[in-house]
Write a protein that binds this ligand. Sequence first.
Ligand SMILES: [Zn+2]
Length: 337
Amino acid sequence: MKELDELNEITTKLSELGDLVRTEVIARSEGSSHSFPIHKITFGTRDPRAPTLGLVGGVHGLERIGAQVCLALFKSLSELTLWDETIQRTLENVRIFFIPLVNPVGIITKSRANPRGVDLMRNAPVEADSPPWLLGGHRISPLLPWYRGVVGEGMEIESSALVNAVRREGFQSRCLVTMDFHSGFGVRDRLWFPYAKTTKPYPGLAYAHSFKSLLERTYPHHFYEIEPQAKNYTTHGDIWDHLYDEYEIQNGRGVYLPLCLEMGSWLWVKKNPLQIFSADGPFNPVKRHRQQRILRRHNTLFDFMIRAISSPDVWCSLGPEQKNKHELQARDAWYGT
Ligand SMILES: [Zn+2]
């Protein structure tokens, strides 16, 4: 069986960290000739109400750079945990968990889908408003991309393990932020918030806007395009729509902001057009120097997210007037209403 480098990196790091982290194999992903564990690694407090940050990668196997960025951030936090007293104190009050390789078989076989041909980002029980044909998710055949799976079979092993893990780590939290790393759409790095299923505003819109305002005040020269995912296209079965709606029903009092970082890979292709014919296709930086640049590119955002969950009141505890102000500004910015 071929080895997966990223998985070896995780196991090496875990042996160095010992009981500084809590680890769990949340499922095994099995293909015809591969079988790999899906790891969850958790730093910080066990208090279920504590602010929580979750970082997820490798949902789409083809977008290997997403798993690698998630892994790079995991390794940086691991080192900081060993020596940085500020981070050690921060982790007494917050929880940070990583699931860097959700679809490990897809990564090694260079497939977007899981071993059964299912697109894990089309697989949750969520129906969209008029999504684009095929791209928005379909049940025609696993041989076509964006396949949702068979009706009534429930979620796939990988997507259901991810959903259950986020529920366990974050559903009692008063402030939960998740970030799922993808690549492939456009030339800019986009931070997408819900919904994917509809172009209508989602109930947490004011918080997406207060988070964005805080990022812009803190780092006015950041390069992210922050927008609702459905501004680009709507999809059936989005995992984060599903988790958001469930959190709202079950938690009721807290704030959950699910984000997807969609790294704009078309720029890498523009600078190196021949990579479109390479085995890694148009979704990953092929040249080593470009890959290194991408791996360090999101360090500031990661640092910001840790600070934003460590001081959640500044953007999560909005009074009625502030909430209304953010809601109106958000509707004006993103929905033209
Ligand atoms: Zn993706």
